[in-house]
Ligand binder design. Structure first.
Ligand SMILES: [Zn+2]
Length: 111
């Protein structure tokens, strides 16, 4: 099944969402898990306990479709670098198809 994503619009919306939250209130409490965070996307992606199943599913997909090496490379990135990468930043140097796939999984599992 083809699942179309307007990538530039997705990245723009995600960045605006993160920026506005940081400007309005640098420290927020997650209504799902009760932990403090400053970046809602990074929190959902890396530490929110309410997203544990999505996180496990996400890393299984990454490993199954992109391989153990890519999975390990991404998994070992600092949280902020991983978040930037999954919002479309050009690190680590993955090919277009891999980055496109990562963004699709991210959009469906963490937004
Ligand atoms: Zn949370």
């Amino acid at each position: 099944m083809h699942w179309g994503v307007d990538l530039p619009k997705f990245v723009q919306l995600a960045n605006e969402c993160v920026k506005s939250e940081i400007q309005d209130n640098p420290y927020m409490v997650c209504e799902n898990c009760g932990l403090f965070f400053t970046d809602s996307f990074e929190h959902r992606l890396c530490s929110c306990t309410s997203k544990e199943k999505q996180r496990e599913h996400f890393w299984n997909k990454v490993t199954d479709y992109l391989g153990v090496q890519v999975s390990a490379l991404l998994f070992n990135l600092p949280d902020d670098n991983l978040a930037a990468c999954l919002l479309g930043a050009d690190k680590p140097h993955l090919d277009f198809e891999a980055r496109n796939q990562l963004i699709k999984w991210t959009a469906t599992m963490f937004f």
